[in-house]
Write a protein that binds this ligand. Structure first.
Ligand SMILES: C[S@@+](CC[C@H](N)C(=O)[O-])C[C@H]1O[C@@H](n2cnc3c(N)ncnc32)[C@H](O)[C@@H]1O
Ligand SMILES: [Zn+2]
Length: 188
């Protein structure tokens, strides 16, 4: 095989790979639009039944060392540009997924204190599932599960009546209320 035809074949293989990846990151249930919460968001393109697998959160599988390096870089870039921050998703003690790739539509799902979806980890994959029936046009959201540490760096603008003001895992809301009260006292 000549050098030129090898190159053409390799390009076709890469194109097929990219198309496959791109399709894996799409879902009939999802469309992307500007969001009142932040930047872009993902919206229900049609009614979604409860407990349905909505979309896969795809990205690059990275170990914890690599993940930490990337998280710091993404955080620094976000601080400098004011753009969205980190797209690293915890998978296990050893592995994370860096979802900062354009074909990962789910990376644009915003956080809410009253989410209509949740993220499920299935071995080395992450899927977004609906928690209830979602009507066409509703913005999709899930609990980012952020740790309470440095909570003030992540103000929440989800707009829900249940909003606790910060992007903090629901598991830590009780602790957050105590922390907020303590910090208010300290500031007075
Ligand atoms: C993974 S991105 C989500 C997509 C983002 N809206 C965009 O346009 O790129 C995560 C970032 O979105 C922003 N974000 C997501 N949910 C938010 C919320 N409830 N309140 C404020 N900012 C939020 C934060 O900047 C967060 O670091
Ligand atoms: Zn909120």
């Amino acid at each position: 095989m000549g050098k030129k035809s090898r190159k053409v074949k390799e390009e076709a293989r890469l194109r097929r790979k990219m198309t496959k990846l791109w399709n894996r990151g799409q879902s009939e249930y999802c469309e992307v639009r500007g969001s009142d919460i932040h930047g872009h968001g993902v919206y229900a393109a049609k009614d979604i039944p409860a407990e349905k697998q909505v979309i896969e959160y795809i990205g690059e599988l990275v170990d914890k060392n690599e993940s930490e390096t990337r998280a710091w870089a993404q955080h620094a870039k976000a601080e400098a540009t004011g753009d969205a921050a980190v797209y690293i998703f915890t998978l296990s003690k050893r592995w994370d997924i860096d979802g900062n790739v354009p074909w990962n539509t789910a990376r644009l799902i915003n956080h809410s204190c009253e989410p209509n979806c949740e993220a499920w980890v299935d071995e080395k994959k992450i899927f977004i599932h609906s928690l209830r029936e979602i009507k066409k046009g509703e913005e999709l959201s899930f609990d980012y599960g952020f740790d309470i540490e440095c909570y003030e760096e992540h103000p929440c603008r989800c707009g829900s009546k249940k909003c606790v003001g910060y992007i903090v895992s629901q598991d830590q809301w009780e602790e957050l209320e105590k922390r907020k009260a303590k910090d208010r006292k300290g500031a007075a």
